[in-house]
Design a protein around this ligand. Structure first.
Ligand code: SAM
Length: 233
C-alpha cells in the first residue's frame, strides 16, 4: 500500500498523463499511478545508484518495464523537452526541489502540471514558482506518522494570482491556499514552527554577535510575527 503522503501526491496527477517522477527512489509513485490507470506512461528519475536499483526492481516486480522507464541522472536531465506533461518531485527539501527546477528549466517545455512535495522549506518552492511563471493552483497539508507534509500544485499561468489577496510574505511562507483553509494540521505545524523559531532566536540572543546573526535575528522575528498574525486571525 502506498503511503498516505504519496497517495495524496498521486491524486493531483491528471488522468492520462505522461509522468516524470524525479527522485523516485523505489518508484512506488509511478507504479501506483500506472496500476490505477492514472498515467499512460512513466519515467522514474534517480541520481543515486541504490535508489535506482530499487526503482528498477520495483518496476520489474510490478511487470511494468514496458511502461515505466527508469533513468539515471541528476534532476530533469533524464527527460527531454515536450516528453512529459506532468512532473512530480516528492520527499526532498524545498531548496533541492527549487534547484532541480531551476537547473532543468529548458526541460519544462510542454509540462502542464508540477506536483511538488517539499519536506521542509516550501517557501523556496513558492518563490521559484512565482519567479518562473508557474501559478500555484492548489495546496494540501497532511500528517502521517507524526510528520507534517505539504503538497504544492502548479500550472503555467499568472504566478501572481494566488498572492493577489492577503499578506504576500505570509502567503509565501505559509501558503496562500493553506492560510485560507487554516485547518488543524496547519495550525499544529505553525505552532511547532513558531516554538522552534523562538528557541533558535533565544540561542542566538544568548551567544551570537556579528552581522550575519543580526540578519538571522531579524528574519526570525519577522517570521514569528507573521505566524502569530496568521494563527490569531
Ligand atoms: N520521491 C520518493 C518519495 O517521496 O517517497 C523518494 C524520496 S527520497 C527521500 C529522495 C530521493 O531523491 C532519493 O532517492 C535521492 O537519491 C533522490 N535525489 C536527490 N537529489 C536528486 C537529484 N538531483 N536528481 C534525482 N534524484 C535525486
Amino acid at each position: 500500500r502506498l503511503s498516505k503522503r504519496l497517495e495524496a501526491v498521486a491524486s493531483y496527477i491528471p488522468k492520462g498523463s505522461i509522468l516524470a517522477d524525479i527522485g523516485s527512489d523505489h518508484a512506488y509513485l509511478p507504479c501506483y499511478a500506472l496500476n490505477k490507470e492514472i498515467i499512460k506512461k512513466g519515467i522514474a528519475g534517480e541520481v543515486s545508484e541504490g535508489p535506482l536499483k530499487s526503482a528498477q526492481n520495483q518496476v520489474r516486480a510490478s511487470g511494468l518495464t514496458e511502461r515505466i522507464d527508469v533513468r539515471k541522472g541528476d534532476g530533469l536531465e533524464v527527460i527531454s523537452p515536450d516528453e512529459v506533461d506532468c512532473i512530480t518531485i516528492a520527499g526532498m527539501g524545498g531548496t533541492l526541489i527549487s534547484t532541480i527546477l531551476e537547473q532543468g528549466r529548458n526541460k519544462l517545455k510542454g509540462v502542464k502540471r508540477l506536483i511538488l512535495q517539499p519536506n521542509i522549506g516550501a517557501r523556496n518552492v513558492r518563490i521559484w514558482l512565482l519567479e518562473n511563471g508557474w501559478e500555484l493552483i492548489q495546496e494540501e497539508i497532511l500528517e502521517e506518522d507524526q510528520k507534517i507534509y505539504e503538497i504544492l500544485v502548479a500550472e503555467p499561468g499568472n504566478p501572481n494570482t494566488p498572492y493577489d489577496r492577503g499578506n504576500r510574505d505570509a502567503s509565501l511562507l505559509m501558503g496562500p491556499f493553506l492560510i485560507q483553509e487554516k485547518n488543524p494540521i496547519f495550525e499544529k505545524k505553525w505552532a511547532l514552527e513558531k516554538a522552534h523559531m523562538q528557541r533558535i532566536l533565544i540561542q542566538i540572543e544568548k551567544s551570537g554577535q556579528g552581522s550575519e546573526l543580526a540578519a538571522k535575528k531579524v528574519e526570525l522575528r519577522d517570521n514569528i510575527n507573521i505566524v502569530e498574525e496568521i494563527l490569531k486571525s
